[in-house]
Design a protein around this ligand. Structure first.
Ligand code: GLC
Ligand code: CA
Length: 581
C-alpha cells in the first residue's frame, strides 16, 4: 500500500471500503497483461511510407515515422504481412517466413525499425499467415513434386470424385477450393487463391516448423503475433459437400470446434506459455460462444481476436454495399463487450487492410460533418472495453477512394468478382463498380497521406497505388499543427483513455433511448462512472441524463465543450462527448 492510501485511510475512516476496493481494482489492473491497456496501430507496409523512392512503402520509411506514432500515443504496432512473397495476395502468400519481403527492405532494416520502436516504448507484433503458404514456398514445391515426397503431407491432397474435385467447397475469394495438380493427378485444398495452398495442421511436423518460426521472431524481440485466417486451419474430419444454398454464401468449410482448440492449445504450450507474448487471431466466421472459448484466458488458446459479425453486415457477399444501421453497431458492441465473460478480452476495431474506410461507411456524408463524425468514431473506439486497433490513416480521417473503373483496382478479390459476376453477365458492370468502389479493401491500401507535397509525401516517385485526391486537406502534417483536426482529437482521446482506466476495464451498459440516432453507454468501475454520448445523425438531438444524475466533469468532447449544466445534453449533429457522472 502506498503512503497516499494510508493517509487517506486515516483521514477519511468512513471511506475505507471505497479506497480498499478502488485499490484492489487498481491492483488487478496493474497485474493485467500489457496488451489490455495498449492502443495498437496497424501498418500496411506497402502503403505507409516509402524510404528508398521506389513507390513502395518499406521498413526504412516505417522507422522514420515512429516519432509520429509515439506522438499519437499508440504503444504497439501490428505490421501486416511483411515476409518474402510472390505477392499474389500482397504478402498473404508467404514464400519464406524468415525473410523480409525485398520490396520492404532487408533484415537489417527490420531490426533497425524494431530497435527504434523499442526505444520509444512501442511494441511490435507481426502477421503470421499460417493457414496457407505461397505455392512458391519450398514445402509446397516439394509437396507437389511426387505423391511420396516427405512434404506431401504438409498440405491437403485428395483424389477427385466423378471426374471433378473431391467436394464442392468454394474459396473465400470466389471459385473452387480444390485445384488439380496435373503432375500427380490429385487435388490440393486452398481456402483462398490457388497460389495459397492450405497447410495440414494435423501433421505434427508442420506445427513444429511453424512454432520454430514464431520462436525465431520472438527471439528477435517482437511482442506477439496476429494470426491470419486462424479459424480456417482445422478442416473437417471427413470430406462432404455443401448444400446448394450454402455455396453462394461461401460458407466456410473449416472446423471451429475441437481440432481448432487442440491446435491452438498445442501452439500455446510450445510457444506462448510463460511468456508475455500476445496472440490475436483473425477469428473469422466463429460465433460468439466459439470466440469466447478460443480467447478465454483459462483455456490457453489465443489472447484475443478480431470478430467480423458487424463488419460483414454492411459488406454483403463481401462486395455488395449494405446499409449501415446504428442498431447493428450497438448490438455488436453490447455483444462484444463480454461483460458476462470477465476472462475474455475483446478487440475493438473499425478498419483494417481488408475493409473500406470507416468515415465513409459510418460517418456523415455531408462534407461539413465529415471530420466531426470521424472524431465521433474515435470517441467510440477509444471508450469501449477491449484493445483498440487503429488502422493507418484512420487517425487523420482518410476516406474511400473515388474508383471509376475496374483497372484502378489492385485487389485479386475485386478482379475475381468482376470475372465471376460481370463477365458472366450476372451483374451489370455499373452495379458492380458502384458496390466495389464502396466496399473494396483497396480503399484501405491507397498511400498514407503525410503532407501536401508530391504524392502526399508518401514517396518521391509515383506510388504503387494512386493517392486519394483529397490529400491536400486530409494529411498528417496539416492536421498535426491544427488543434481542431481529427489527428489532434485522436491524440487527446488516446491520452484520455490512459488517464481514465474505467474506459479500458469498466463494465459496459447501453442506455441509448429507443429508436434514436443517439447512442449512449456507461462504463463503470469502483472509481468512476463514465457516460459516453454519440449523436450518429445530421440533426441536433437532446439526450436526458439518467434520472438524478449530474455531469461532474467533461473528459472528452469533439466540440470542445468544457462543462455541461442541467439534466440534459443538447447534442449537435455528430457530436460526441464523454463525461464523468
Ligand atoms: C486475411 C488477410 C487478408 C488475406 C487473407 C488470406 O483475411 O487479412 O488480407 O487476403 O487473410 O491470407
Ligand atoms: Ca520503398
Amino acid at each position: 500500500m502506498t503512503g497516499l492510501d494510508m493517509s487517506r485511510r486515516s483521514l477519511f475512516p468512513l471511506a475505507v471500503g471505497f479506497w480498499a476496493s478502488a485499490s484492489a481494482s487498481a491492483r488487478a489492473q496493474s497485474r493485467a497483461p500489457w496488451w489490455k491497456s495498449s492502443v495498437f496501430y496497424e501498418i500496411y507496409p506497402r502503403s505507409f511510407q516509402d524510404g528508398n523512392s521506389d513507390g513502395i512503402g518499406d521498413f526504412i520509411g516505417m522507422k522514420d515515422r515512429l516519432e509520429y506514432l509515439a506522438e499519437l500515443g499508440v504503444n504497439a504496432i501490428w505490421v501486416a504481412a511483411c515476409f518474402d512473397s510472390p505477392n499474389v495476395d500482397n504478402g498473404y502468400d508467404v514464400r519464406d517466413y524468415r525473410k523480409i519481403m525485398p520490396d520492404f527492405g532487408t533484415m537489417e532494416d527490420f531490426d533497425a525499425f524494431l530497435a527504434g520502436a523499442k526505444q520509444l516504448g512501442i511494441r511490435v507484433i507481426l502477421d503470421m499467415v499460417f493457414n496457407h503458404t505461397s505455392d512458391q514456398h519450398p514445402w509446397f514445391m516439394e509437396s507437389r513434386s511426387s505423391r511420396n515426397n516427405r512434404y506431401r503431407n504438409f498440405y491437403h491432397w485428395h483424389d477427385g470424385k466423378n471426374g471433378g474435385p473431391p467436394t464442392n467447397w468454394q474459396t473465400q475469394f470466389g471459385g473452387a477450393a480444390w485445384t488439380l495438380d496435373q503432375k500427380t493427378g490429385q487435388y490440393y485444398l486452398h481456402s483462398f487463391e490457388a497460389q495459397q495452398p492450405d497447410l495440414n495442421w494435423e501433421n505434427p511436423e508442420v506445427r513444429a516448423e511453424l512454432y520454430a518460426i514464431l520462436k525465431f521472431w520472438a527471439s528477435k524481440g517482437v511482442a506477439g503475433f496476429r494470426f491470419d485466417a486462424i479459424t480456417f486451419i482445422a478442416k473437417p474430419e471427413k470430406l462432404y459437400d455443401l448444400t446448394p444454398e450454402e455455396i453462394p454464401a461461401r460458407k466456410t468449410f473449416a472446423d471451429h470446434g475441437d481440432r481448432l482448440s487442440f491446435y491452438l492449445k498445442d501452439m500455446y504450450e510450445h510457444v506462448f506459455k510463460n511468456t508475455e507474448l500476445y496472440s490475436v487471431g483473425e477469428n473469422w466466421g466463429v460465433n460468439r460462444d466459439e470466440y469466447a472459448r478460443i480467447t478465454d484466458s483459462r483455456n490457453k488458446e489465443l489472447s484475443s481476436g478480431f470478430r467480423f459479425d458487424f463488419q460483414i453486415k454492411d459488406n454483403v457477399d463481401a462486395w455488395r454495399k449494405g446499409t449501415f444501421h446504428l442498431s447493428d453497431l450497438r448490438a455488436f458492441n453490447r455483444d462484444n463487450s463480454f461483460d458476462d465473460h470477465p476472462t475474455t478480452w475483446p478487440v475493438v476495431w473499425l478498419e483494417d487492410h481488408d475493409y473500406s474506410r470507416s468515415v465513409s461507411r459510418y460517418g456523415s456524408q455531408l462534407p461539413e460533418y465529415r471530420d466531426r463524425s470521424a472524431k465521433l468514431l474515435a470517441t467510440m473506439m477509444l471508450s469501449l472495453r477491449g484493445t483498440p486497433f487503429i488502422y493507418q490513416g484512420q487517425e487523420i480521417g482518410m476516406t474511400n477512394f473515388p474508383f471509376r473503373s475496374i483497372d484502378q483496382f489492385d485487389d485479386v478479390f475485386a478482379h475475381n468478382e468482376w470475372r465471376l459476376q460481370v463477365e458472366s453477365g450476372r451483374i451489370s458492370s455499373r452495379e458492380m463498380l458502384a458496390n466495389l468502389a464502396a466496399t473494396t479493401r483497396d480503399n484501405a491500401r491507397t498511400p498514407m497521406q503525410w503532407n501536401e507535397g508530391a504524392n502526399a509525401g508518401f514517396s518521391a516517385v509515383k506510388p504503387w497505388m494512386p493517392v486519394n485526391p483529397n490529400f491536400r486537406t486530409i494529411n498528417g502534417s496539416r492536421e498535426s499543427s491544427d488543434p481542431g483536426s481529427v489527428l489532434s482529437f485522436y491524440r487527446k482521446m488516446i491520452r484520455t483513455r490512459k488517464q481514465f482506466p474505467v474506459l479500458i476495464h469498466g463494465t459496459y451498459k447501453d442506455i441509448s433511448p429507443d429508436g434514436s440516432q443517439i447512442y449512449a453507454y456507461i462504463r463503470e468501475d469502483s472509481t468512476n462512472r463514465a457516460l459516453v454520448v454519440l449523436n450518429f445523425s445530421d440533426n441536433e438531438k437532446t439526450f436526458p441524463l439518467p434520472e438524478g444524475q449530474k455531469v461532474k466533469r467533461v473528459i472528452a468532447s469533439n466540440m470542445d465543450r468544457k462543462q455541461i449544466e442541467g439534466s440534459a445534453i443538447r447534442m449537435q449533429a455528430w457530436e460526441s462527448i464523454v463525461v464523468i457522472i
